[in-house]
Structure formats: C-alpha cells, structure tokens
Design a protein around this ligand. Sequence first.
Ligand code: CP
Length: 332
Amino acid sequence: MQRFTDLAELGLEQVQELLALARRLESRPEPRALAGKVLGLLFMNPSLRTLASFQSGMARLGGDSFVITPGQGTWQFETRDGAVMTGAAAEHIREGLPALASYCDVLGIRAFAAGEDLEADLADRRFHAMAALVDRPLINLESAINHPCQALADWKTLDELPAGGRRKFVLSWVWHPRALPLAVPAATVHMAAMRGMDVVVLRPEGYALPEAVMARARRAAAASGGSVTETAERAVALAGAHVVYAKEWGSTRHYGDGAGDQALRRALQDWCLRDDWLAAAAGDCRVMHCLPVRRNSAIADEVLDGPRSLVLRQAYNRLPAQMAVLYRLLRH
Ligand code: CP
C-alpha cells in the first residue's frame, strides 16, 4: 500500500486485512515496529481526534511525528495556482509541501472543502493538487469529500457489534448552526454500502447527497449485496434500524450559498436526535457520530449519555485503525 486516501481504492480484501492488523496490534503491541520512522501531519483545518490519535499511534509503534498548522507558528500557506501572493500567506504549497515531505517517511494532510464549488469539492481538487506534490506515502486526514481514517475506524466499530451491526444502517442528517462539509457523510455511506448493509440516507428536502456520492455508494452496494436508498421520511427510515449514524452537512441545493442554506436550516432545529426518534428502531439499535458533536443541537444528552451511544468507541478505534495504516504504509 503506497497511499491511504480512499477505502474504495483498497477494495474489500485490503480493508479486511487492515482491520485484522488493527486487532492484532491491539492484542499484541509492537512498540518498536516503526522505530526511526517519522510521520508528518499537516492540518489546514482544526482537529482533536485525528491529530491526537495519529501522534499517539506513531509513538506506540516506536516512531516520531511532527505537526504543522500553517499560520500558527509556521508560515501561512497559499494553495491557489497562479496566485499573486501579496496577502497574508508567505509560502506556497508548491514549495512548502515538498519541503515538509522531505522531512518525514509518511505525510498526512487534512484539507477540508472550500464549500464554494460542489463540482470542485466532489472531485477533491484541492486535496489531489496537494497530493501531487508529495513523493512518499500519504494519508488523507479528511479532504473535501472523503475521510477514510474515520470510515476505517467506524468499520471496526461496526465489526465489534453482534452480527457486525446487522443490516439496516441509517445515515441521518442532524442540525448544526452552519453548513458542514460532505466528507464524512460521503465516506460513511460508502463504507456501510461496502460492508453490505442496507443503507438509508435520511435527510430533509434540500439536503440530498450529491448523485455522484450516491452512485458510488450504490456501486459498492451492488458488489457487496447491500443497498442504498434515500428518504426525507423519518418514521420510514428509522423503523427497524440497527444503526443510526448522525451527521451534519450543508444543503446541496444551496451549495456555496450560505444565506440560502441558513434560510433552509432555520426551520430544521427539530432534527436533533432524541430517544423518541428510536421508538420503532431495533431494540438494540446503536447510535454513531464521528465527533465533534454539539450536544442538544445535533444529538440530545439522553442519547449521547445512554446505552445506545458508540461515539467514544468510534473515537477510540481511530487509534488502532490508524496504527494499522501506518504499519502497512511503512513496513513492506
Ligand atoms: N472525527 C474527526 O475526524 O475528529 P477531529 O476533527 O477531531 O479530528
């Protein structure tokens, strides 16, 4: 494996091999496996779990890491081709990224969606432009349209449930004060489809996932024996659900139009996941969220603090899943 940027590029067999490696490293630690190796982490956007779990994972394997947050103690980066650099950015990624890559054995990059041009974000243009400047193993720490590290950890979390979480997986839109990117919903719907689950995307009108995201998930479902559907009907979606994955995202009808999105979401504050949403779900239905989550705005305290919640297990699983990724990228 040369790069970890998209679960779809790996295929089922390689994903399962990574998960087996994650379980092995949990039960039989290898504290010297990556001695002498260095992980570079470039965060163009904030993080808690991704940053801390990668640094911790690299240390637990005997390696070292450094973190760069441009503009916070280091030069601010310009990412636009052809920019006339008269503003705050002192360094272009065309120099900055190869320089960073030359100091490490594997580089992780987080670069969220600009949220202005849906086509550009669906094509992950910004991430691919950055990736093209890196001449060594690369990890996607969350790009405009993908979060493979989260998806791998979530896959492991589902594997830990009775019968792998069984079949009905609902990805439900929940409220947030502003439009958030599509990376996690896109990665999640694909991950669950790749696992062969019956995936239902529940979202209000105006928040349908882009057809390109749904089509990719449907292709994964066709290969795995699962299915992918979409609805705005909460009762229909949640009836019999085994897993409800809550996530916030921006209106695709008003992509890049903050005022349009705000006008639409103003009336949607009842999309806060509460216990009563799950009255007709399976008795052992579990609730997932990638975190960070806004309590009593996206998910109610009663759910997050209740027995259905898997959010802390998901956060924990970032560690072994990413250790497996580092191990596989750096030990051939
Ligand atoms: N879920 C996730 O990626 O968390 P952070 O943004 O805190 O890294």
